[in-house]
Write a protein that binds this ligand. Structure first.
Ligand code: SAH
Length: 233
């Protein structure tokens, strides 16, 4: 079993990379892919950069060149639901692209025209393993819907619109495009995100303080979860 792990920023993968020890490196599309082992499981780790296009390119390279069996996305996110605190972890039940809008043709918000695709469902078994691992680690965690778009959500209005339109729990800028690539390639995926901000006007005060902490925390969790993903029950 080969697991592809994608983070948007260095800080989201740095502690994972340090778990790899000796590893091989290859560069595609300007992105460095590191191939090694974590806890006896083969992993390929890459930083994709911010946004859905970068994330999709990276995910497709993971599938097409590295033939990964599972895609995992780790990183930070803004909370849409005020019961989610900074530092809490959201594991994807599913994901949607909140910036997809072809409603004038009769599609729902988030629905990709002529595809029947709107909500990308994560692998239930892997999501359950992540939840169990988080439980054991004593980290506050939620199973929920992750909304992605090429926007840093930072106003109460946009936050409320995304929450009300999609019943989503957190927002970020990559996860749902990685999910779409996984679905197109027929491989399982899971997104695991640590809340770094409240996706409203308070972002400007709090974001920088929590980005690094939340990202590092999330990557450490993934380091523990990766070996569990490959366990057969
Ligand atoms: N600090 C970076 C930019 C980060 S952009 C720089 O200075 O270049 C925000 C990143 O965190 C994205 O990868 C996104 O997935 C996630 N994120 C965290 N909070 C978010 C929010 N409120 N809205 C959208 N994305 C968010």
């Amino acid at each position: 079993m080969k697991i592809g792990v994608i983070g948007a920023m260095d800080i989201e993968i740095a502690s994972l990379v340090s778990l790899l020890g000796s590893h091989a490196e290859k560069t595609y599309a300007g992105m460095v892919f590191r191939k090694g082992m974590i806890g006896g499981t083969e992993v390929i780790i890459a930083k994709c950069g911010v946004g859905k296009v970068n994330a999709a390119v990276c995910a497709e390279i993971m599938c097409g060149f590295f033939c990964v069996d599972v895609l995992v996305n780790t990183g930070v996110a803004g909370s849409l639901d005020n019961s989610l605190d900074i530092g809490d972890i959201v594991v994807s039940r599913d994901a949607v692209q909140h910036d997809v809008d072809a409603v004038n043709f009769g599609y729902a918000y988030g629905e990709i025209p002529s595809s029947g695709m709107r909500y990308f469902v994560a692998d239930e078994d892997i999501a359950r393993k992540c939840m169990r691992a988080l439980e054991d680690m004593g980290v506050a965690h939620w199973l929920g819907r992750i909304a992605s778009g090429d926007q840093f959500v930072r106003t109460r209005e946009r936050k409320a619109w995304i929450r009300e339109t999609f019943a989503a729990h957190c927002c970020e800028m990559e996860g749902a495009s990685i999910a779409q690539v996984a679905v197109l390639n027929k491989i399982p995926f899971v997104l695991v995100r640590a809340i770094s901000d409240k996706a409203d006007e308070s972002v400007s005060e709090s974001y920088d303080v929590f980005e690094e902490k939340a990202a590092r925390h999330c990557a450490e969790l993934i380091g523990r979860i990766v070996p569990m993903i490959s366990w057969r029950e």
